[in-house]
Design a protein around this ligand. Structure first.
Ligand SMILES: [Zn+2]
Length: 256
């Protein structure tokens, strides 16, 4: 069920009987020469809306702008500072609690949001308002992502390319996939941008001239669909687990 398309009387039964809301959270930031700036919010929305339709759980409108200053050198990247983002997410989460929601899954598709969503979730739990957790699609299917792509990348690589080919193929510049690979850093690994154990970069451009990593020519819409099916199944299971938990059991343990 999508909240924004309903009239308020149509939402009464849900808020009286159900406890869960899915909140898609993305970004509007550069994703290389081949993908739209909408990439992360298209992916978050695709998963959240798809699973909400499949299960009947409530999906809210998408948060389209996140914490993305590490992509600021590229035209059009938008971001808000972490304190503003945290305050905003906390505020609308408390608004949902007012209507009776006591658990949220932030269906997130942007790595830069993770720590901030976790921090907000901790605040909401510490004062026992609700239990809010972050879910990221690719973290739910790490083996499949590894199997599908030889040279993946943390940003704008084949996995995100395949997801947009699946969700919104007309927004992918197919004729720039090789350019994306050749102008970026195809071979990203755990040593990239590290010296003597320290991460010495802050911005994506320091490791990739065009802002992206991995081999984008390896992406196909079919791989995107396969990842969608597998990860959305994980999200359905997370919803089912979460809604069957006793609220008390989701709250912090007492001091010993
Ligand atoms: Zn992304």
């Amino acid at each position: 069920m999508y909240l924004a398309e309903k009239a308020w009387p149509d939402l009464e039964t849900y808020f009286r009987n159900e406890s869960l809301a899915l909140v898609p959270v993305g970004s509007t930031e550069q994703h290389g020469p081949h993908l739209p700036l909408a990439t992360d919010h298209l992916i978050a929305e695709g998963f959240a809306r798809g699973v909400a339709e499949q299960t009947g759980y409530l999906c809210t409108p998408t948060i389209n702008i996140g914490v993305s200053p590490h992509h600021k050198q590229f035209h059009g990247t938008m971001w808000v500072d972490p304190p503003a983002f945290r305050a905003y997410v906390e505020s609308f989460s408390r608004n949902l609690a007012y209507h009776g929601i006591d658990r949220i899954i932030y269906v997130n598709a942007h790595g830069g949001n993770v720590e901030h969503l976790r921090e907000v979730g901790r605040r909401l739990r510490d004062d026992e308002t609700m239990y809010a957790i972050e879910w990221m699609w690719n973290d739910s299917i790490p083996d499949l992502v590894d199997d599908l792509f030889e040279r993946n990348g943390p940003h704008g690589g084949p996995k995100e390319t395949a997801m947009i080919q699946h969700f919104k193929n007309e927004w992918v510049a197919e004729d720039r996939l090789a350019e994306a690979r050749d102008g970026g850093l195809a071979g990203f690994d755990s040593e990239t941008g590290r010296k003597f154990g320290s991460r010495v970069y802050y911005d994506a451009i320091e490791n990739a001239d065009n802002g992206v990593f991995g081999d984008q020519t390896d992406a196909t819409a079919e791989k995107g669909e396969q990842m969608y099916d597998a990860a959305s199944e994980q999200l359905v299971r997370l919803c089912e687990w979460l809604t069957t938990q006793d609220f008390r059991d989701l709250m912090p343990e007492d001091h010993i």
